[in-house]
Design a protein around this ligand. Structure first.
Ligand code: ATP
Length: 274
């Protein structure tokens, strides 16, 4: 058992502890996934079921493969020419590595939010309608509704509803990140991947995003990479600890932080390395 170490988050109120023991569906099933950048193997035999309508946190030291892993979930890694993968990733029971699988479809179902807010240098309104417009929606009334719904979903509507035509670059960093979440919600995804979404933000903006993530899991399944173990403890239901490309331990967040099975997990979460 872990003592109260300085880096181990408090998990008394972890959602996993209050959750009813129900058999949740899995949105992803990852089986024996290996990935190489050229000759260097970055993911080694990863097996993981990712539950629906929960927050799954990916933690581990720098370079252990966290970003690489979540980028495989929407096949973003294949955009890098030297990448080779084997194994399977089933999204809603279909192997996304299957030759006939439509990656465009996957990207409409799986949205992604990056570490640094990356709004387009366009108006707030145009940022949100970007995806829907690409998918052929032209009706102004429909687009207006998408904008309101998405910005409300990202807890940004009240702050920007009177300045939708203003350039998004004028928003604060935290607002820009919520705008990127709104842009992601506008395509009505099923899953949201978040790669360290708060690491560039101040504590108050971080708290807002954390609250938002908790709220969003009612409607979406969320996978979040975080360096911040307190954050993983506060907002996730499940946590996977990666080390050198391998999943060392994957369990309910409360278990990972209170009684990890593997000494390496315990050492990491108690701040002994990483
Ligand atoms: N485009 C790339 N080309 C070659 N190697 C890469 C590339 N991207 C990542 N890697 C390597 O793959 C390994 C895993 O990197 P990855 O970015 O997935 O780790 P991470 O856990 O997300 O790290 P961090 O916490 O620092 O963001 C590292 O050794 C990294 O150098």
């Amino acid at each position: 058992m872990l003592a109260n170490t300085k880096n181990a988050p408090a998990v008394e109120n972890s959602p996993a502890q209050n959750k009813e023991a129900v058999n949740k569906k899995n949105v992803y099933k990852v089986e024996q996934l290996n990935l190489w950048y050229g000759k260097d193997q970055a993911l080694i035999n990863v097996n993981m079921d990712i539950p629906e309508n929960e927050v799954t946190a990916i933690i581990g030291p720098s370079g252990c493969g966290k970003s690489t892993f979540i980028k495989t979930l929407n096949r973003m890694t294949e955009m890098i020419p030297i990448v080779k993968t084997n194994g399977s990733i089933y999204y809603r029971n279909e192997n996304i590595f299957n030759k006939k699988y439509q990656v465009e479809y996957l990207r409409t179902k799986v949205g992604m939010v990056f570490q640094k807010p990356n709004p387009f240098p366009k108006s707030i309104y145009e940022n949100v309608v970007y995806g829907p417009k690409i998918h052929g929606i032209k009706d102004k009334k429909v687009l207006d509704e998408v904008v309101e719904k998405s910005l409300k979903g990202a807890a940004l509507w009240d702050e920007v509803k009177d300045r939708l035509k203003e350039n998004a670059m004028g928003l604060s960093g935290g607002q820009q990140q919520r705008l990127c979440i709104a842009r992601c919600l506008a395509i009505e995804p099923d899953v949201i991947l978040m790669d360290e979404p708060t690491s560039a933000l101040d504590p108050i903006s971080t708290l807002k995003i954390e609250e938002l993530v908790q709220d969003l899991k009612k409607d979406y399944s969320i996978v979040i990479v975080t360096h911040n173990m307190q954050q993983a403890g506060r907002i996730s239901d499940k946590t996977a600890f990666f080390l050198n490309g391998e999943v060392i331990e994957y369990d309910d967040t409360a278990t990972i932080f209170s009684s990890p099975q593997d000494k390496r997990t315990e050492d990491y979460i108690s701040g002994r390395f990483g």
